[in-house]
Ligand binder design. Structure first.
Ligand SMILES: [Zn+2]
Length: 340
């Protein structure tokens, strides 16, 4: 007897209506097989609220860090690694540095370093968008699988654009995978007994074109820049499947990525019901720091006596974790110093 699914592979895939229930703090992978598209939807509720509320950064800085959290979770959860994925910006703008640290399978922490006065000036002059806050520099993505493994690092220039722009540039230049990313962060206001309360929400979608024949994934080069005058610009017709996928994902509005009433399944169904979309089991995320008293103690022990002496205040050494604000207090002789 022949296997009935051999000639009709679609029989093997159960189909059902998209779930109406939205699940916060999850990553949901999906596939649009007929167009060779793959992607992920990230939806963050309590995780991003916990991270951003704890830091109490100025609103535009919090939004920017929220976008970085979505991007990190989106990329880190796609790597089949047992380790950490770290996204870090280093730029000359009012926000000097963003660090988001994702530990497989679902732990995330994040912090920002910024110049208070320059951020205040940017807000006052209405120039506090992502590109203006970041300025120029680079974005680094590091995979760290422990001390015995090589660290992998990808770098992309930040040139006054957004994190979405940087992600597109990275996938175009380094991975040569046609990619579209959308990121959204917002504050949700709610009327409550003690007055209005607010909480952060964030979401994002990643779409990639991964055809079996690699030549179909070719896209035109960006402007060659140094080409001699009169050179015909390099143009290449893009594959119809990618043109269609890219157009669909460009219609996604910020509110659709954040709305607690719209499930990730309904969102991808809304976008891809015509070509047909298949979703995969998502994975849960949580906001959790990896700092500990032991780690901080080991770090202090590794400092020189002179450095430790400079850290003593009122007879104690106090260290605050930049990610989670946890405070660790040591007597100098606990970390190799002389008793005071
Ligand atoms: Zn911590």
């Amino acid at each position: 007897m022949t296997n009935p699914t051999m000639n009709h592979p679609e029989i093997a895939i159960p189909s059902r209506a998209p779930s109406a229930t939205s699940a916060d703090d999850t990553v949901m992978p999906f596939e649009v097989a007929s167009l060779d598209l793959r992607g992920r939807v990230v939806r963050l509720g309590p995780v991003v609220d916990e991270i951003l509320a704890r830091h109490a950064y100025p609103t535009p800085v919090a939004k920017l860090l929220g976008e970085a959290v979505v991007l990190t979770v989106m990329l880190g959860s796609a790597l089949k690694i047992d380790g950490r994925f770290i996204l870090q910006t280093q730029t000359d703008g009012p926000v000097r540095m963003l660090v988001v640290d994702f530990t497989a399978p679902g732990k995330v922490r994040a912090c920002a370093r910024f110049d208070k006065e320059r951020v205040a000036t940017a807000i006052a002059s209405g120039k506090a968008n992502a590109g203006a806050l970041l300025g120029h520099g680079h974005l680094a993505m590091t995979i760290d699988q422990g001390p015995d493994m090589n660290r992998y690092q990808g770098l992309v220039a930040l040139e006054g654009g957004s994190l979405e722009d940087a992600a597109h540039e990275y996938f175009h230049r380094s991975e040569q995978i046609p990619t579209r990313v959308r990121l959204a962060v917002a504050e949700e206001l709610r009327a409550g007994l003690g007055g209005a309360s607010h909480r952060w929400r964030a979401g994002g979608i990643l779409l990639q074109f991964l055809p079996k024949a690699p030549e179909r994934a070719r896209v035109a080069d960006l402007d060659p820049g140094d080409a001699p005058e009169g050179t015909v610009p390099h143009t290449l017709p893009e594959d119809d499947a990618w043109v269609q996928g890219r157009a669909l994902v460009s219609t996604v509005e910020d509110v659709e990525l954040i709305d607690p009433e719209l499930s990730s399944e309904r969102l991808v169904y809304r976008l891809f019901h015509e070509p047909g979309v298949r979703v995969f089991r998502g994975s849960p995320l949580r906001a959790e720091c990896s700092c500990s008293r032991d780690n901080v103690e080991a770090m202090l022990m590794s400092f020189s006596q002179d450095d430790r002496d400079h850290m003593v205040e009122n007879g104690k050494i106090s260290v605050t974790c930049e990610f989670c604000s946890a405070n660790y207090v040591f007597a100098p002789d606990e970390v190799g110093g002389k008793p005071s």
